[in-house]
Write a protein that binds this ligand. Structure first.
Ligand code: PLP
Length: 426
């Protein structure tokens, strides 16, 4: 073996996986079991006391899921990862380690509609307060910081408009405030952007989207960058203080630069329970093997479709950072030089009615609430994913009434353009 570090595509196929030690199976087996036999009573006690690593029960960890965790940690450049049942579960588990009732976190206003809902309504019942900031105005993050701020949350490529967030500038604000920066990297995938390289402390994903990539399995993951000092400020007792659940151990002191991933597993997943099925982990691992190939085609197709729409007389505007004329193009060149992703929006001169009509006339595009599928998808956010927002908030989050969102798949781009042409023209 050479001492060359493996490249991204090699890691996407191999990281975390070995031939199965008992059977030689080359594909990662689905360990479809709830529980694992202990060697003896001492072994059982040491696993429960976090004195040894090993499998206990699939709610806490599973060998199929462990391969997925190692693979995504390698692709993102983190120290460790934890797979969970969905992207939303990842967000709950992360914030549970950081916030106490009455605490605040700052979130970019341009987010996946489900995250806006979760942060605004569900988290309120935990006593966690979201404070919104504008990702296009870094000063709005700075002025939102208070002594109760415990984290900052952004998307690297933001839903729905595919805008690019200045991760380094916001990481500087987080560093100054002494709080971790959490980046939802779902729309970029680590193939396009690796947030840890730009100052993120924690990365979360909905594996449901580009990583799984085939629209067939839900999943989520948390990646620990291993960069944050949880004990410096006294603000993060879950990580710095003795844990009564584990005979008084302190997680950062014991686990060092992967303490956050451990906290998410042994305090979050163990007690909240959103475990990922090993079957879904297998499906997502299989998807990740082709991530680099798929992302190349997703981006090539998205750019061609965006260019077609930008030249169409029925279209008022296209928001795609891959277009040279786009407001986010400079940020795209810096953060996502391989492509600006495949989720973007455009608006129609005919407004809301034209948007609804277009969606109904498209044939190859599927009208549904998902992104990051091999298939091309379309939705009208104002009447669906972002319908809970008032009109001003819709416009601010990039989901005004005239806006249509596309997630471009890996079909032949000529067929996608022909479908849009017939739907816009008819
Ligand atoms: C889909 C999505 C989520 C939520 O993930 P689920 O797997 O559906 O729970 C979070 N963030 C972004 C950007 C998403 O696209």
């Amino acid at each position: 073996m050479s001492d060359r570090l493996p490249g991204f595509s090699t890691l996407a196929v191999h990281a975390g996986a070995q031939p199965d030690p008992t059977t030689g199976a080359r594909a990662t087996p689905i360990y479809q079991t709830t529980s694992f036999v202990f060697n003896d009573a001492d072994h059982a006690a040491s696993l429960f006391g976090l004195q040894a690593f090993g499998n206990i029960y699939t709610r806490i960890g599973n060998p199929t899921n462990a391969v997925l965790e190692e693979r995504v940690a390698a692709l993102e450049g983190g120290t460790a990862a934890l797979a969970v049942a969905s992207g939303h579960a990842a967000q709950v588990v992360v914030l549970q380690q950081l916030l106490q009732p009455g605490d605040e976190f700052i979130a970019a206003r341009k987010l996946y509609g489900g995250s806006i809902n979760q942060f605004t309504h569900a988290f309120k019942s935990f006593g966690w307060n979201v404070v919104w900031a504008d990702p296009d105005d870094i000063g709005s993050f700075e002025s939102a910081v208070t002594p109760r701020t415990k984290a900052i949350f952004i998307e690297s490529i933001a839903n729905p408009a595919g805008s690019i967030t200045d991760i380094e500038a916001i990481s500087t604000v987080a560093r100054k405030a002494g709080v971790p920066l959490i980046v939802d990297n779902t729309l970029a995938s680590p193939y396009l952007i690796r947030p840890i390289d730009h100052g993120a402390d924690i990365v979360v994903h909905s594996l449901t989207k580009f990583l799984g990539g085939h629209g067939n399995s839900l999943g989520g993951i948390i990646v620990d960058a291993g960069t944050f000092d949880w004990s410096a400020s006294g603000k993060y007792p879950m990580l710095s203080e003795p844990r009564p659940e584990y005979h008084g151990i302190r997680l950062q002191e014991t686990f060092g630069n992967f303490a956050f991933a451990i906290a998410c597993r042994v305090l979050g997943l163990r007690d909240l329970g959103p475990a990922l099925s090993p079957f879904n982990a297998f499906m997502i691992l299989t998807g990740i093997e082709t991530l680099p190939l798929r992302m190349q085609r997703h981006c090539e197709n998205a750019k061609a479709v965006a260019e077609f729409l930008a030249g169409h007389p029925a279209v008022a505007s296209v928001s795609y950072a891959g277009l040279a004329s786009d407001k986010y193009h400079q940020l795209a060149r810096k953060y996502a030089p391989k492509g600006a992703g495949a989720v973007f929006t455009f608006s129609l001169k005919g407004g809301y009615d034209a948007g609804v009509s277009l969606v109904s006339k498209l044939q190859l595009f599927s009208h549904l609430a998902n992104v990051g599928d091999t298939r091309s998808l379309v939705i009208h956010p104002a009447s669906t994913t972002h319908s809970q927002l008032d009109d001003a908030a819709k416009v601010k989050s990039g989901a005004g009434p005239d806006v249509v969102r596309l997630s471009i798949g890996i079909e032949d781009k000529e067929d996608l353009i022909a479908d849009l042409e017939q739907a816009l023209g008819a």
